[in-house]
Structures are given as C-alpha cells and as structure tokens.
Design a protein around this ligand. Structure first.
Ligand code: SF4
Length: 299
C-alpha cells in the first residue's frame, strides 16, 4: 500500500461491511490529525474533546478519514471510533518499528571522523512533538540518553514548571533528536565544539527520515544551532524566542518554538529580556495542541 496514495480498508461491523477510504491530504500524506476527523465525523458521532485528544496521541488517518467516519458513524459511532483507534494503534506500532530500524543504523554510524561516539538518541516515541538539540555533551554517551546532564536538568525543570510533566513523562511523550548525534569534542576556546557544516549535513539525513516517520506538528528547537537549522536562517535569540513560528522542515509544515540552550554557557535567559521571552516561549509550549495531546493522560 503506497504511503502517499489513496487506499481503502474494509471493516466489518457485525454482518455489515464498510469501506474506510483514506486519501492523501493537502500535504500529500495520509496522516492528519484524527481529532479533526472525529470532530468532523458528524452523523451523531459526537466525540468528546477527551476522546479526540486521546486518539490524537496516536497516528492520524488522513483527511478522508473524516468522510469515512461520517459514513459509518451514522450507524455505529462507538464502533467507528473503536475502529479508528485500532487503526491508529497499528500505525503507531509500525512507526515504532521503523524508528527502531533507524536507531540501529544510527548506532552503527561512523561517518564523521572528528565525532566521538557512541551515537545518542532518545527512545522510539511516535510523537507529534519533535525536540531538536545541538549535539550530546561528554556525559550523554555513557548515560545513553540526550539531555542527561546539567543542561538536561535545566531543560526538564523548565518543562516541568510550565507543563507539570516530569522528566520521565516528557521523555515518554516527546521524541528527542539533535542536529548531530555524536559528541563533537571540546572546542579550543572551551565548551563543546559546534558541529561543522559537513557533520550537520551528514546527520541531517537521519532527521529527515525521522520527520517523515513522525510527521511532527510541533518542533522544539533548543539552542541557536538547532533554531538556525530548523528555521533556515540565523536569528538572534531576542528575535525568535517567545513565539510560535511556522516553517517548512524536511518537507513538512510545522510550528516551531525556539528555546535557548539550557547549558548555562550563555546567561541570555537569566537576564531581561531573555527571562521574559523564555517564559513566553514555555507558555507557548504548554498551550500548543500537539504538546497538550502528547502529554494527555492515556485512556
Ligand atoms: S554525527 Fe551523525 S552522521 Fe556523524 S557519525 Fe555521528 S551519527 Fe553519524
């Protein structure tokens, strides 16, 4: 079945068979927010916000799902919702499997001679929220997870104070990636070396595949390098932190919320206007529908 082509799925409710028709939406993919599909279902489906949010945690079923849902919801809205939910669970499982394959490739990657392994990445979370940092520091490789040291403590504190979600909840609900997945070593002037353009380019092939698999709605770009890579331009933190921008990233239209790097190497976020802009950015993270859906309690 082609990822981008129209497809159909026959389901049986008792003795009656229905055909769910899935077709590409405007973005050319078959996955769109199911919460919209549920709300648009009509026919008395009447999905509640909680139901829509719970389903939206998973994979979408495309713009045509609304039409298919309307067809079947007239006769059995509960079964229609269950069927869509089942499809979503299956799609999530497929995404996890594909992310695991990608992670195995990543683990073996030795394309950059100056980089110091091991490769660091988060777990294969099928999330619509993608967090992109710069690169792991010297401790993350040993600990086997991104943002595992002091910068991570600050980042997770920011997120917990704003959203109420603990570090483990955020790690379970948000996909963690980075501009480069290996430790670049120390810079002569002190601090961690910034990945060079060739390294960024090589590692971007993994990000591109992750975007295709996850189809994120929200990208959290952490630090100036990640912000520059996601937005495609160099901007001062004062200009970019504090709001939500729209960007085309690896072929997908996404909302982008920029955050300063929490390493403490820069005091930008500790002084005004950085302090207030960071608070605004974190409020935008909390309010974003993709983040709210990602952090919604499971049903
Ligand atoms: S930085 Fe990325 S491309 Fe370079 S070796 Fe590490 S995983 Fe491979």
């Amino acid at each position: 079945m082609s990822r981008c082509g129209a497809r159909s799925h026959v389901v049986a409710f008792g003795a009656t068979k229905y055909t769910l028709r899935f077709a590409p939406d405007a973005s050319g993919t078959v996955n769109g927010p199911v919460s919209r599909a549920l709300h648009a279902g009509g026919g008395g489906a009447g999905a509640t916000d909680a139901e829509a949010t719970a389903v939206a945690r998973g994979r979408g079923a495309g713009g045509a799902a609304a039409e298919a849902h309307a067809d079947i919801a007239k006769r059995s809205p509960t079964r229609a919702r269950l069927r869509l939910h089942t499809l979503i669970v299956v799609q999530r499982a497929q995404t996890v499997t594909r992310l695991r394959v990608l992670h195995r490739e990543l683990a073996k990657c030795r394309k950059c001679p100056k980089m110091i392994g091991p490769v660091v990445h988060g777990p294969p979370v099928p999330s619509r929220v993608l967090l992109i940092g710069q690169a792991p520091g010297p401790h993350e490789g040993k600990l086997g997870r991104p943002f595992a040291w002091t910068a991570g403590k600050t980042l997770f504190r920011w997120l917990e104070e704003t959203t109420g979600a603990s570090e483990s909840a955020v790690r379970e609900c948000v996909y963690f990636a980075a501009v480069a997945r290996c430790f670049p070593g120390k810079a002569k002037a002190g601090g961690d070396r910034r990945p060079d353009p060739e390294e960024i380019e090589r590692c971007s092939s993994y990000l591109s595949r992750e975007v295709a698999l996850l189809e994120p709605d929200l990208v959290l770009a952490v630090g100036t390098l990640a912000i520059e890579q996601v937005l495609g331009e160099k901007l001062k933190l004062d200009e970019v932190v504090g709001g939500v921008r729209r960007a085309r990233y690896h072929g997908r239209d996404v909302d982008v919320i920029a955050l300063p790097h929490p390493s403490g190497a820069s005091t930008w976020y500790k002084l005004e206007p950085g302090k207030s802009l960071l608070a605004r950015a974190l409020r935008a993270v909390r309010a974003h529908p993709a983040m709210r859906a990602a952090l919604a309690p499971p049903r």
